[in-house]
Design a binder for this molecule. Structure first.
Ligand SMILES: Nc1ncnc2c1ncn2[C@@H]1O[C@H](COP(=O)(O)OP(=O)(O)OP(=O)(O)O)[C@@H](O)[C@H]1O
Ligand SMILES: [Mg+2]
Length: 257
């Protein structure tokens, strides 16, 4: 269960936060006094995330500063390529407002099924599992108009409740920029790594997010925002594996004009 109530204000810090009931966003919230006085403790969801992610060897986050540069295309192709090499692969689409994974994997119209052990991802093939909010919308044209806390809660559920099984790679397709979704995934995985690591022999079992790949196009406006993504990765302690320059030939065509 999320610690962010459904009727929470936009920047609700969560009922378990030390700031619960005290943050500026709490002013006027009907739950303010309850949150302020309720006992706080470690978020039990983090342990659940750590346990679920312990069977995922590598987690790669695909980022970009600008939208439409080919993140989802790259993330999907990477997932397919790794699966073709015989790896066990998961593709997690955390673009809540603009999910692309169902279309790009040819799984449009598929639904997520729930079992006693959690949500079953949708499979392209035996070793390639996909999860996206796109599988949960009654109508694919429905707009998802969610504020940060609700998006964060769903991302938490994607990490905690999806039965990913043992994976060699979890490829995460992010929306553009450095917003709620990016902060959530980096923080949840990092925080979830800590409780498991504390009881271990010093090895970080859950591992947090392992690395990021930044996608750009050759245009200056896109490259400027790559620097912002690199800076984001540094701030959240995420190694940058590389920068992919997509659609390079489009630049050549433009230069010829
Ligand atoms: N190398 C390429 N050559 C031609 N078209 C491409 C290439 N890469 C991506 N595209 C096309 O560009 C469009 C945008 O790609 P995509 O959805 O992967 O971008 P995105 O960065 O995920 O976008 P968003 O920021 O909205 O999530 C799509 O129509 C895709 O098919
Ligand atoms: Mg995309």
């Amino acid at each position: 269960m999320s610690d962010v109530p459904d009727n929470a204000p936009a920047h609700c810090p969560g009922t378990q936060s030390e700031d619960a009931g005290k943050a500026s966003a709490c002013a006027g919230c009907p739950n303010q006094s309850v949150c302020a006085s309720a006992p706080k403790g470690p978020d039990p969801d983090l342990q659940a995330i750590a346990e679920r992610m312990a069977s995922v060897k590598n987690k790669l986050l695909v980022l970009s500063g600008k939208g439409g540069v080919g993140k989802s295309t790259f993330a999907t192709q990477l997932a397919f390529a790794l699966a073709a090499q015989g790896k066990e692969v998961g593709l997690l689409d955390i673009d809540i407002c603009g999910p692309s994974a169902p279309k790009l994997t040819g799984l449009e119209g598929e639904e997520v099924h729930q079992s006693g052990s959690g949500w079953s991802p949708v499979y392209v093939e035996e070793n390639l599992a996909v999860m996206s909010i796109g599988f949960m919308l009654p109508n694919p044209d429905d707009a998802v108009i969610w504020r940060g806390p609700r998006k964060n809660a769903l991302i938490k559920q994607f990490l905690k409740d999806v039965v990913w099984g043992s994976l060699d790679y979890l490829v995460v397709d992010a929306p553009p920029g450095t917003s709620d979704e990016h902060i959530s995934i980096a923080q949840f995985l990092k925080a979830a790594a800590a409780p498991v690591a504390a009881g271990s022999s010093g090895r970080n079992i859950a591992g947090g997010m392992d690395a990021a790949v930044i996608v750009t196009t050759p245009q200056e406006v896109s490259i400027i925002d790559v620097r912002k993504e690199v800076s984001f990765c540094r701030k959240v302690g995420l190694q940058v594996l590389g920068v992919v320059e997509n659609m390079s030939t489009l630049q050549i065509c433009a230069d010829l004009r």
